[in-house]
Write a protein that binds this ligand. Structure first.
Ligand code: FES
Length: 138
C-alpha cells in the first residue's frame, strides 16, 4: 500500500516541473526573435537600385517618405516626399519637376526648390548613399 502512494506523488511532481520549464522557454524565444529581426530589416533595407531611377527623372517611394531623382547620369538626389504646402505626398517626377497632386505645386528635381506654387518652401533634402548599384539612407 505504501509503495503505490509513493509512486503517485513522484509522477505528479514530475509533470508539474515539465510544464513550468516549457512555459518559460516559449516566452523567451518569442520575444527575442521578433524584436531583433524587425529592427534590422527596416534599418538596412536599400531604398532602390540605381537602375530603378531614370536619368532626367526620378521615383517616389511613398512608403519610405522619400523621392529620389537622377538629374544627370550618375548624379542622385533625394528629398522628402512630403509637400511643404499642406503635407500631401508628392506623386511623380515629370518633365524635370517633382509634382504634388493636391494643389499642383512643382519642385525642381535637382535641388527641391519650388518652380510653381502654392508651396513656397523647397522640399527638404534627404541624405542618401550610393554603394555599387544600391541606394540607401546615408
Ligand atoms: S499639399 Fe502639395 S500643393 Fe498643396
Amino acid at each position: 500500500m505504501s509503495g503505490v502512494a509513493r509512486r503517485t506523488v513522484v509522477a505528479a511532481g514530475g509533470a508539474g516541473l515539465a510544464s513550468a520549464a516549457l512555459a518559460a522557454c516559449g516566452g523567451t524565444n518569442a520575444e527575442g526573435d521578433g524584436g531583433t529581426g524587425g529592427a534590422d530589416g527596416a534599418a538596412e533595407a536599400p531604398l532602390a537600385k540605381t537602375g530603378d531611377i531614370p536619368v532626367g527623372g526620378g521615383k517616389v517611394l511613398a512608403d519610405r517618405g522619400i523621392v529620389i531623382t537622377q538629374p544627370k547620369a550618375g548624379e542622385f538626389k533625394a528629398f522628402s516626399s512630403k509637400c511643404t504646402h499642406q503635407g500631401c505626398a508628392v506623386s511623380e517626377v515629370k518633365d524635370g519637376v517633382i509634382v504634388c497632386p493636391c494643389h499642383q505645386s512643382r519642385f525642381d528635381m535637382s535641388d527641391g526648390s519650388v518652380t510653381s506654387g502654392p508651396a513656397t518652401s523647397s522640399l527638404p533634402p534627404e541624405p542618401i548613399e550610393v554603394k555599387g548599384d544600391e541606394i540607401s539612407f546615408g
